[in-house]
Design a binder for this molecule. Structure first.
Ligand code: HSE
Length: 435
């Protein structure tokens, strides 16, 4: 049988890893597929990479990505450029040309996936994006196929390796935020714009994809609540630990009777949970299905070959399905495209969670009573309270609350911050038991 011909857009970290894995495991891959898979055309701004990666045997190389997209010999375009544009235009043109797509681009799928999938459906081609979420962990396949019997109750994921690496190093070694970030950049884990990692945008891209797969709703990245880790202080990390918790930057999607919670923020979770012990650049996704119960998926969420593992698996999947009936393929968003639901994504004020509060207050009689009254008046019940040794007549008060409506907590915090006895802003971290 003729080989399947690949056009590769981008030979950076993931592109290089993909070329290397395809070459090293070529014999085994062709035994799995029943056909050879060959990279026949690559686009890269740095043409020296072609030699560096040992791809210089009869391969076409160009600096113009459009040459690959418009090459009639290519069966599958593998987009590993990243970012919104020109990736979107190139992918749409490739689909127009009848080519199947494999991409690791979470930003592209989260922002433009609805349009891209509609176009792919129209043209009868596949768009595979396993590497877009949690690098090498086959979470898309698990959600779309392995868990397809389940009603997904909730999922929670550590889906940004750079953020997890930073929080882990801060906790274990007391390292400086900027220093850890620089190391993640040098190792090729961080995004081109590292604020995407730190401010939760990268995790929000990935969460909106997972949420759509879980609940059969269109991609809605713009409705994802996104809060980063840049305000987490070493004190909060230490107090969380004293209380038996770890702070993780989680993406959470949960189905409620009113709608779907879709949120990314620092979260305190009990340290006894397996996911609380996922450290460094590793990713993990915990999925609670009604039939299967909790399932946990763990592995490398970034890096050249771990991400290439997912890219190449997608290439193999597409190569195997090249001759399959387009109407009987696994749907892009796990549910049939004409049966997606319009379940609303809930505004943050309507979500329910417990809270950790760190409050700086004057150390004098009646202060605690005044503060707890404000919480009590809003039906906010306190689970634990600790007052730290006062310093200059100022005390640090740590409170853990029971589960409350976020809107009530917003109101309580605003009222507390307006008191003369409270100094500065109150730190809040949402607490999830994940039980
Ligand atoms: N910047 C991402 C991370 C890379 O740190 O997880 C993988 O998507």
């Amino acid at each position: 049988m003729n080989p399947v011909k690949i056009g590769l857009l981008g030979l950076g970290t993931v592109g290089g890893g993909t070329a290397t894995v395809l070459k090293r495991n070529a014999e085994e891959i062709s035994r799995r597929v029943g056909r050879d898979i060959v990279v026949s055309h690559v686009a890269t701004l740095d043409l020296d990479r072609v030699d560096e990666l040992g791809l210089n045997h009869g391969i076409k190389a160009t600096q113009e990505a459009a040459d690959v997209v418009n090459d009639p010999d290519i069966d599958i375009v593998v987009e590993l450029i990243g970012g919104y544009s020109p990736a979107k235009e190139l992918v749409l043109q490739a689909i127009e040309n009848g080519k199947h797509i494999v991409t690791a681009n979470k930003a592209l799928i989260a922002m433009h996936g609805n349009e891209i999938f509609a176009k792919a459906q129209e043209k009868g081609v596949m768009v595979a994006f396993e590497a877009a979420v949690a690098g090498g962990i086959p979470i898309i396949k698990a959600m779309r196929e392995g868990l397809s019997a389940n009603h997904i109750e909730w999922l929670a994921g550590i889906i940004n390796g750079t953020g997890n690496f930073i929080l882990t190093e801060m906790r274990d070694k007391g390292r400086d935020f900027a220093d850890v970030l620089a190391e993640a950049q040098a190792l090729g884990y961080a995004e081109a714009d590292p604020t995407f990692d730190i401010e939760g945008i990268d995790a929000a891209h990935k969460l909106s994809i997972l949420s759509s797969l879980a609940y059969g709703i269109p991609l809605q990245f713009d409705k994802t609540y996104t809060e980063g880790i840049s305000n987490i202080t070493p004190e909060d990390v230490e107090y969380a630990s004293e209380l038996g918790y770890r702070i993780k930057h989680l993406g959470i999607a949960r189905r409620t009777t009113q709608g779907i919670e879709q949120r990314v923020h620092p979260t305190m979770i009990p340290e006894r949970r397996l996911i609380a012990n996922v450290d460094g650049v590793m990713n993990a996704v915990l999925v609670q299905g009604d039939a299967v119960g909790p399932t946990l998926y763990y592995g490398a969420g970034a890096g050249d070959e771990p991400t290439a593992s997912a890219v190449v698996a997608d290439i193999i999947d597409v190569a195997r399905a090249l001759t399959a009936d387009p109407n009987n393929r696994v749907p892009h968003l796990a549910f049939q495209p004409d049966l997606l639901a319009d379940t609303p994504i809930l505004p943050m004020s309507n979500i329910q969670t417990a809270f950790y509060l760190r409050i700086c207050a004057e150390d004098k009689p009646g202060v605690l009573a005044e503060m707890t009254k404000i919480l009590g008046d809003r039906n906010i019940s306190i689970e634990a309270i600790i007052q730290k040794e006062p310093n200059d007549d100022k005390a640090t008060i740590i409170m853990l609350t029971h589960i409350v409506r976020e809107g009530d907590m917003d109101d309580a915090i605003e009222t507390l911050e307006a008191l003369d006895i409270v100094c500065g802003k109150i730190t809040r971290i949402r607490v999830e038991s994940l039980g």
